[in-house]
Design a protein around this ligand. Sequence first.
Ligand SMILES: *Cc1c(COP(=O)(O)O)cnc(C)c1O
Length: 420
Amino acid sequence: MPEKFLPFTYDKLQEIVKQFQTPFHIYSEKGLLETAESLKNAFSWNSGFKEFFPVKATPNPFILKLLNRIGFGADCSSMSELILAERTGITGEEIMFTSNDTTSTEYIKAKELGAVINLDDISHIPFLEEHAGIPDLICLRYNPGSISHDDKIIGNPKESKFGFREDQLFEGYAKCRELGVKRFGIHAMVASNELDQEFIINTARILFEVVVEISGKTGIRFEFINLGGGIGIPYKPEDISVNIQEIGDGIKEQYENIIIENGHPPLKIFMESGRFITGPNGCIVSKVLHIKRTYKNYAGLDSSMADLMRPGLYGAYHHITVPGKENINSKIKYDVTGSLCENSDKFAIDRYLPELEKNDLLIIHDTGAHGHSMGYNYNGKLRSSELLLRTNGEVMMIRRPETVEDYFATLNFDELDKFG
Ligand SMILES: *Cc1c(COP(=O)(O)O)cnc(C)c1O
C-alpha cells in the first residue's frame, strides 16, 4: 500500500499545531506548484494551452494568485466567484465564466470584466443579448448525450443538466454569428474524478470531431476548445493516479489526427482542472476529542462536516492517517466522526486505524479541492482556517477560522429588541 504524501514531517507538524489551533486545512505550495507545472508540461505541445482553475474547488485568493502567477486563469460560475477573481487581480480573458441557470446580474458582471462567457443553453443567447449584450467572443457548452467507445456506452451525460444538445449547437453558433460574434469556443465537461486515461482522451477525441463537423458545416473557425475538469485523483491507497503526461500525449495524437488532419486552424486547448491540481495538495489536521465505545468504536474529532462535506454527502473516501503511529498496526475499527447532530457526519466508517487516544492528531488526506469550499454552517458549526505551507517552510494563515460573529453577521439583534 503506497504511503499517502504528507508535505511535513512529524516534528514540523508538532511545531505547526503549537502555533495554529486545530482543526485546519493546510495546503502545500510546493505540491501545488509541482502539480500545476506537470499539467502545463503535459500540454506544452499546444502553444495556446491554458488552465482556468475552477474557483469553486479552492476559493482562496492566495491559492488563486499562486496559480495565476504561473499563468493559470480562473473558471468562475457565480457572482461571488467573479468578484473573488477580480479582487485577486484576475480579469478579462483570464476568466472563463462557466455558469448555468445564470442570473442577469452575473452575465452583466462577467461581461464588464471582459470574461470569456460560456453559455449553458440556447435560451441564454437572447437572455444575454437582452441583459448584457453579445460580446465578440462566445463559448458554448456541449453535452454529448452519451459517450461511446468501440460501440460501448461509457458515459451518460443525458442525465446531466449541463450544456447544449449537438443539434442545438449548430443553431446556437449560427445565431451567435448573426448577432455579431466574431470569435468562437466550445466547452464540454463530462467526467468527474475520472482515473481512466482512455476515457479522458476519448472524450477529447469526440470533442475534436464535433469541432471539425460544426466547422465544416457552418464555416465557423474555433479559437479554443475547453475540455473542462474532471481528472481524478487517487483518494484510496489502492487507486492508481493518472499519468498526466500520457493524457497530454494521447490528446496530442487525437488533435493531430483530427484537427490538423482536417485542416482546421490551430486550436487553443483550455482546461478547468480543480481536483487534480489542489486535491492531493491539501489535508485537514484535526485532533481526537473523545473516544466513545458503544455499539461501535467512535473517534470524535474537533472537526466536522462543516470542514469537509464529501464523505457525508457522497460517501466519498478520504484516507486517514495518524502521525506518530505509522508503525502501529491498524487493527481497531473506528467510525471517525464530527460533532454535528447528523449521523452522516462521519469522515470514515468501519475504518481500521491504530488504537487512538484523546489528543491524537489525525490527517484527513486529499481535501485540497472541494473541501473547505463545500463546508457549511449547519448546527452553527464554524468553518476552520486555511493554512499554506510555503516552499521556504513558513506557514501562513490564508484564511482565519470563522467566529460566532461571522455566523451572526446576517442577523440584526438591534431589531430584535424592538421586535414585538
Ligand atoms: C466543478 C467544475 C470543474 C472542476 O472539476 P474538478 O473535478 O475539480 O476537476 C471544472 N469546470 C466546471 C464547469 C465545473 O463545474
